[in-house]
Design a protein around this ligand. Structure first.
Ligand code: GUN
Length: 288
């Protein structure tokens, strides 16, 4: 079997168009959705992600602003900026790009963001809402994966879904969203014994480990849908996912490439969460 390649770039453009229409409806009523992105330090990968997020906001016609802070900014100054953005009328969504420098308490920063503006879905309130099935802002990467699966008509209820990786940003919320749609969910970690025995059961396999090309053909059941969340720079300079694409595409029924798979979806779902935040703030429902 050679897998169908899931074109994340194309799907994200189509989905982005849906959100542009919702943003246009708001704009027609005088509401311009706004996103503030805070980046601390000079991490080149973070800079690239932030540029892509801002570009997506421009494409959809949202207001966006970047607060580019030096590596040695104090936690107090960062919290002060968040407080100002929490109160800013033209800002509906606030995103603090992670990771933060070691001298800053990440949890404290994420808790400082007003929960109604937490478009990343990382505030404890939103994490709790996700756990109880009352999701307000689904974290953008897992949200993007779910949208991609629905676009591709992948059945979820009753399917075996295996998530490899247990990060707060991807693995855990991914498992919750799959569970919410009645998948039978297994989460594997770097300590999981006999990883293959778990991944081989997966009808849907989501890999988010940060370990380049670790998932091989032998890990994958014939016909599985394989979603690769990883993005790694190899020594050769080439970008690679956490899945060995060339091997696994011969076993899977559908697979996401890297780049051009999950990455563009993450950014589109940030636009979605920002538009949703603006709809809520302004008391406009999408059907108005
Ligand atoms: N760093 C890596 N992924 C993300 C993300 O989805 N949101 C934020 N804020 N930082 C990240």
């Amino acid at each position: 079997m050679t897998a169908t390649i899931i074109d994340g770039k194309k799907i994200s453009e189509i989905v982005r168009e849906e959100w542009k229409e919702r943003a246009d409806k708001l704009k027609a009523k005088g509401v311009l959705p706004g996103l503030a992105v805070i980046i601390v330090g000079d991490n080149p990968a973070s800079k690239l992600y932030v540029n892509n997020k801002i570009k997506a906001c421009h494409d959809v016609g949202l207001h966006s602003e970047v607060h580019d802070l030096p590596e040695d900014i104090s936690e107090k100054m960062l919290l002060k900026l968040i407080d100002e953005l929490n109160q800013a009328k033209k800002i509906n969504g606030i995103l603090v790009q992670l990771p933060l420098p070691k001298h800053i308490d990440e949890n404290k920063v994420l808790e400082a963001i007003k929960q109604d503006k937490d478009v990343d879905g990382f505030h404890l309130y939103n994490v709790g809402a996700l756990m109880t099935g009352n999701t307000v802002f689904p974290p953008c990467t897992p949200f993007g994966v779910m949208r991609m699966l629905s676009y591709c008509d992948v059945p979820i209820a009753g399917q075996n879904a295996v998530v490899v990786g247990r990060s707060n940003i991807v693995g855990k919320p991914m498992a919750m969203l799959l569970l919410q749609e009645d998948a039978t969910v297994t989460i594997c970690t770097s300590k999981t014994k006999d990883l293959i025995s778990h991944t081989k059961q997966a009808d849907i396999l989501v890999v988010a480990t940060g370990r380049p090309e670790m998932v091989k053909a032998e890990h994958v059941k014939e016909g599985a849908v394989v979603i690769d969340v990883g993005i790694n720079r190899l020594e050769s300079g080439k970008l690679a996912g956490d899945v060995d694409f060339d091997e696994v595409k011969e076993v899977a029924s559908m697979i996401t490439p890297v780049p051009g798979g999950v990455g563009p979806m993450t950014i589109t779902m940030l636009v979605a969460n920002t538009v949703m935040a603006a709809e809520r703030d302004s008391g406009n429902s999408p059907s108005d």
